[in-house]
Design a binder for this molecule. Structure first.
Ligand SMILES: Cc1cc2nc3c(=O)[nH]c(=O)nc-3n(C[C@H](O)[C@H](O)[C@H](O)COP(=O)(O)O)c2cc1C
Length: 170
């Protein structure tokens, strides 16, 4: 096994860079079934006086139904060397059509709540959902920055904020 549990307070990711370069795998499910997809949007920080991780999922993703049915999700940040392979496949193919875990040769591990994550990661957060809200187009103030992400590109994202309950690293 590559990863071991750590106190998440010791993690020091370059949060303004990591999700735009390495990207991450958002995974939800359990020991019988799960799905993963590449994400580029993710926030880490503190909210309601606890450490949180927020992710954004369009309703048309297959991952969405796992995010809805499960209490936990995980964010696995893989090495940059996976960018053209794993991240590309998991960001363009749907779990409805292929088994991405098998296709990418990923090794499943399970954290709190049997939440699946990947042993190939550099670091992982295991999160328990505490707040869910759909993005509301009527709240947009800067149309130029935001509206280009919608329309033909897909539906408005659902926002999932999770309490960080575990972290793993090498
Ligand atoms: C670099 C990159 C970042 C992405 N970020 C997100 C994201 O934050 N939220 C989202 O809903 N989709 C995002 N996607 C798109 C999904 O990863 C993609 O549609 C995927 O095939 C969905 O898989 P699924 O149908 O198995 O859930 C991203 C794709 C790429 C390539």
């Amino acid at each position: 096994m590559n990863l071991h549990p750590v106190d998440f307070k010791t993690l020091t990711p370059e949060i303004f860079q990591v999700f735009g370069t390495q990207n991450a795998l958002l995974t939800a499910g359990d020991r019988t079934d799960c799905n993963t997809m590449t994400i580029g949007w993710c926030q880490l920080g503190r909210l309601w006086s606890i450490p949180v991780c927020t992710v954004y999922v369009r309703p048309e993703r297959y991952t969405y139904q796992f995010m809805e049915s499960q209490d936990y999700f995980t964010v696995s940040v893989l090495p940059l060397s996976h960018k053209q392979t794993t991240m590309q496949i998991c960001g363009t193919k749907s779990g409805r059509d292929i088994d991405k875990v098998k296709e990418c040769g990923l090794t499943l591990r399970y954290g709190a709540g049997d939440a699946p994550f990947f042993d190939e990661a550099e670091w992982v957060l295991v999160c328990k959902k505490i707040f869910v809200q759909d993005m509301d187009p009527t709240c947009v103030l800067d149309q130029e920055t935001i509206l280009s992400h919608y329309g033909k590109k897909g539906g408005w994202h659902r926002i999932y904020t999770g309490k960080v309950v575990e972290a793993y690293t090498k």
